[in-house]
Ligand binder design. Structure first.
Ligand SMILES: *Cc1c(COP(=O)(O)O)cnc(C)c1O
Length: 401
């Protein structure tokens, strides 16, 4: 799909490694944690944002056999997952589109047996086009209750004031099979007062929903993303929507601290992703040489540098200029001067003994060193969620054991 984008896919280009073993271990860990408070509970994988930048095309075949259901934002991704199943003769998994859609997409998803989220009153206008499509079976919908994020969903008040009453006469095309909500403040705190208020609102909304509209019991109730799955047992309900932790990351430092309190231990999550780059050239620059645009770095002594074919086009943030390091032969090597569109320059004076080509690790393990996405993200004044989802879709992705 992206083969023709220059600057990232040639022979001398960085690549991403995806560890199938780390992914399987994370799924097992998350299942074990969710099962601690009784089951049965479904474990679902959130594959939005190009599978959190890991690459949907590579992650889908790895994730599909491991989980019970799949969550997408984009209807097209859900349809691609159905095509993947058909192409490989796989039994269809429950798939849920949690993003917005139009009537044409709703019809296509209904035909493919994909569940969708009914999140606002514009859904009233969906009934007529769904009827015109003469579906063999109704579209399966999950009602989103806004319990305090202020994003999608009906507030409990909207439900009691009749905004879902149209569902009473829409049973031929809309079947309510699930109910969900999303937390606003589970990652940033170690006490869960706001989350508890959201749980209370969820129960209120759920009662109002059952009174307002015909629902298909047992309703699948789901509220927990990674953080709640890990540290908020009362939010686990029937299914977990796990994103970031599936990929081997803690949602935040606060979540990791909470795990110690709530679970009495910190489960081991293993990053699935590593990012590596070959050198474009390795050479000596004499003392006094300047490096990069703006001449922001000047070598105080003769310096062996490696030019790496990676830049902000690939998702290496420019804010890392003069701050980050990469790993070469297990050594930390400073990024010298500014991050450019397609290049960075790193100090390899002590990491190598000669000017032969080398491999640098931008993210991941090299020797005794581990460069975490969280570290890179904090240097770039962002969070690891953003850092990884911005990894270029054009980068080559290789599955490793
Ligand atoms: C992104 C998202 C998730 C997953 O969140 P993580 O913190 O990555 O686990 C779950 N549910 C909804 C509605 C989301 O938008």
């Amino acid at each position: 799909m992206h083969e023709n984008i220059a600057g990232g896919t040639g022979k001398v280009a960085s690549w991403l490694e995806l560890s199938a073993g780390a992914l399987a271990a994370n799924v097992a860990t998350l299942r074990a944690v969710a099962a601690e408070t009784g089951g049965p509970r479904a474990l679902g994988a959130v594959l939005k944002g190009n599978a959190y930048g890991h690459g949907l095309a590579q992650m889908l075949p790895l994730v599909h056999p491991l989980v019970d259901l799949l969550y997408f934002i984009a209807p097209a991704d859900a349809l691609a997952a159905r095509a993947h199943e058909r192409g490989r003769g796989l039994a269809p998994k429950q798939i849920l589109v949690i993003g917005a859609l139009d009537a044409e997409e709703a019809v296509a998803l209904a035909r493919e047996g994909v569940d969708v989220v009914l999140a606002d009153s514009s859904w009233r206008e969906m009934v007529a086009p769904l009827r015109r499509a003469k579906l063999e079976r109704p579209l399966r919908v999950h009602v989103h209750i806004d319990t305090g994020l202020g994003r999608e969903g009906f507030t409990p008040g909207q439900i009691t004031s009749g905004e879902l009453d149209f569902l009473r006469d829409a049973g031929d095309v809309l079947q309510v099979v699930g109910v969900l909500s999303h937390f606003a403040n589970t990652e940033d705190v170690t006490e869960q007062m706001y989350a508890q208020a959201q749980l209370d609102a969820f129960e209120t909304g759920l009662k109002a929903l059952r009174a307002a509209a015909p629902v298909h019991e047992p309703l699948q109730r789901h509220m927990a993303a990674s953080a709640a799955t890990l540290v908020l047992p009362q939010a686990r309900y029937d299914a977990q929507r796990v994103g970031i932790s599936l990929y081997g990351f803690w949602p935040s430092t606060e979540t990791r601290l909470s795990a110690r309190l709530v679970l009495g231990r910190v489960p081991d999550l293993k990053p699935v992703l590593a990012w590596r780059s070959p050198s474009q050239v390795v050479k000596w620059l004499s003392a006094g040489s300047y490096i990069g645009y703006g001449c922001t770095h000047r070598c105080s002594e003769a310096t062996r540098v490696a030019v790496l074919p990676v830049g902000y086009f690939d998702g290496y943030p420019r804010l890392l200029s003069g701050k980050a390091h990469v790993l070469v032969n297990g050594h930390r090597c400073a990024v010298l001067g500014r991050v450019m569109m397609n290049h960075i320059i790193v100090d390899v004076t002590r990491a190598t003994h000669d000017e032969r080509p080398l491999t640098a690790t931008l993210l991941g393990v090299d020797g005794d060193e581990h460069l975490h996405a969280e570290t890179l993200a904090s240097w770039a004044q962002t969070i690891h969620y953003e850092l990884v989802t911005r990894l270029g879709a054009h980068l080559r992705r290789v599955v490793v054991p």
